[in-house]
Design a protein around this ligand. Sequence first.
Ligand SMILES: Nc1ncnc2c1ncn2[C@@H]1O[C@H](COP(=O)(O)OP(=O)(O)OP(=O)(O)O)[C@@H](O)[C@H]1O
Ligand SMILES: [Mg+2]
Length: 322
Amino acid sequence: MSALLEVRDLRTHFFTRAGVVRAVEGVSFSLARGEILGLVGESGSGKSVTGFSLIGLVDPPGRIVSGSIRFDGQELVGLAQGDMRKLRGKRIAMVFQDPAATLNPVLTIGQQMALAVRAHGGAGEAAARDLAARTLTRVGIPDAAARLDAYPHEFSGGMRQRVAIATALLHGPDLIIADEPTTALDVSIQAQILAEMQKLARETGTALVWISHDLATVSSLADRLLVMYAGRIVESGRVGEVLRDPRHHYTRGLLDSLPATALPGEKLNQIPGTTPSLLSLPPGCPFAPRCPRADAVCATDPPDVAMGDRLFRCHHPLGLAA
Ligand SMILES: Nc1ncnc2c1ncn2[C@@H]1O[C@H](COP(=O)(O)OP(=O)(O)OP(=O)(O)O)[C@@H](O)[C@H]1O
Ligand SMILES: [Mg+2]
């Protein structure tokens, strides 16, 4: 089966006064229809910039400097803005962390969803409202038809995020990129929304890229994980395998810092050090300065090791005799 999305050696850089920020530096992955991909990594690792690159929303001083993004056979890198706009919202949709930033406070939920419906087709007002109500019902908003006339501030944070997700679903997109969509919500609402998104992806065949710094959340949802560090994918594979048997020391560090691995009263392990400045990365493996296993060879570029659908980039991978 051919992939829905095929990203090859993507590089997105920001040309700032302080220098070139290599936010995405040679990212490759593919995604099948209906697959859920979790993109994890600490703050500043390039997750959002990867998401924005996929949907053609990188603003100056940033731009995609090289690489390829093939979506259903069509190359998106270098696509004219007008053509990208036709895809965006219709075949590829994005959900952001803060729905307050995407919802217009002076329009009712129904009005803005109707605008989103009609942006990509000639549906009449009644049909647009009807579709909006049905889609809100799908994401678990009770009594949706009546609530179309509410304003965003009349909804709770969890409900607003459901509206944002419903808006992304309106046109039955092939791909949704969700950037920390539940981070601002309390844990039980998060779990509910996650379960609903997973169900929707399964039912509709929509592929999902779920971005989060929270490995635990992503792991409960995704089929496959991409672990990102300093603009690169350092490890990827099926969720169960990556969790059970991490190969990269960074992934190991993320796992060790999950609350579930600590005993009650025990301090959580933290990866020592801080994420590096993308303006001044060390040569070789960018994780080396924080890595317990690093030695002299780590100052050279680590190899890409592929084992089945596992991939990792490390001179001294865990669990393998080196
Ligand atoms: N407009 C911009 N100008 C300059 N640098 C930028 C810009 N946007 C992002 N960056 C840089 O790109 C890098 C990656 O940022 P990105 O937002 O993708 O991180 P992230 O993994 O999404 O982090 P978080 O978990 O905090 O959301 C960071 O070093 C950031 O400072
Ligand atoms: Mg981000």
